[in-house]
Design a protein around this ligand. Structure first.
Ligand code: VIB
Length: 222
C-alpha cells in the first residue's frame, strides 16, 4: 500500500468538507458575512500567524536534511518578513490598528489550534509536523478554488472580501500549496499502515481545529 496526501483527506471526508465548505467561507463568498465576524477572524489570524511562524522554526529544528532546513527557513522568513506585514496592512484597511493587534488576547480556538500543531511537532518528527500544518497550507487554496467553482460566489468590487479570495487563488499561493502536497506525497508513499493511521489522526484533529477557527469567527467567541 502506497499512500498520498489525498488519502489523508479521504480518511476524514466529513471533517474536510465541513472545513472547506464552512458557513463562514460560504458567507464570505456570497458577500453576506458580518463585518464583525471577519474582523474578529482577522484579529485572531494575526495571532495565529505568529504561532505558525514558531511552527516553521520548529520545522527547522526538526529538519534531518539541509533541503528540509532551507524549506523551513523560507517558510519562517515568508511569514515574519512578508505575510505579517501584509496582514497588518490588510487589518488596517478593515479598521484594526497595529496597536490593537499588539494588545489582543488569544481566543481559545487560536490557542487550541496553534498549540496542538506545536505539540504535535514537538512530540513527533518533521512528517507529523507537516501533516499538522497541511490543513492550513492546502485547505486555504482549496477554499479559494471551491469558492470560484460556485455560482453564488461574488467576485470583484461588489464583494468586500474579494481581496481575501484573490490572495489564496494567486499563482504564488497555489504553487506553494502544490509544493506542500508534493513534499507530503513523497513521504507518505513510504509509510506503513500503522504510521498512516497515526498521521490520519493528526490530520483529522488539525482539520477539526480549522473548523473551530471558522466557528470562532462566526460566533465572535473568545
Ligand atoms: C486559521 C488559518 N488557517 C490557515 C491559514 C493560511 N495560512 C496561514 S500561514 C500559511 C503558510 C505560510 O504562508 C497559510 C497558508 C490562515 N491564514 N489561517
Amino acid at each position: 500500500m502506497s499512500y498520498q496526501f489525498d488519502d489523508l483527506k479521504k480518511s476524514c471526508p466529513t471533517e474536510w468538507r465541513d472545513y472547506i465548505e464552512h458557513s463562514f467561507v460560504q458567507q464570505l463568498g456570497d458577500a453576506t458575512l458580518a463585518t464583525e465576524a471577519f474582523q474578529h477572524y482577522l484579529k485572531q489570524d494575526y495571532l495565529f500567524l505568529i504561532q505558525f511562524a514558531r511552527a516553521f522554526a520548529l520545522a527547522a529544528y526538526k529538519s534531518p536534511t539541509l533541503a528540509d532546513l532551507k524549506q523551513a527557513k523560507e517558510g519562517l522568513e515568508a511569514i515574519v518578513d512578508t505575510e505579517l506585514d501584509l496582514h497588518i496592512s490588510y487589518c488596517n484597511e478593515w479598521g484594526i490598528s497595529e496597536a490593537e493587534l499588539a494588545e489582543l488576547p488569544e481566543a481559545r480556538a487560536t490557542l487550541a489550534y496553534t498549540r496542538y500543531v506545536l505539540d504535535t511537532g514537538n512530540r513527533g518528527d518533521l512528517l507529523d509536523l507537516h501533516v499538522a500544518l497541511s490543513p492550513c497550507m492546502v485547505g486555504y487554496g482549496e477554499i479559494a478554488n471551491w469558492l470560484n467553482s460556485r455560482s453564488t460566489t461574488i467576485r470583484g468590487d461588489s464583494n468586500p472580501y474579494d481581496a481575501w479570495i484573490a490572495m489564496y487563488e494567486s499563482d504564488d499561493f497555489q504553487e506553494a500549496m502544490q509544493a506542500e502536497v508534493q513534499w507530503l506525497n513523497e513521504r507518505l508513499a513510504e509509510v506503513s499502515p500503522a504510521r498512516f493511521e497515526q498521521l490520519s489522526r493528526v490530520f483529522r484533529d488539525a482539520t477539526r481545529l480549522e473548523i473551530d477557527f471558522w466557528n470562532m469567527g462566526l460566533n465572535l467567541s473568545e
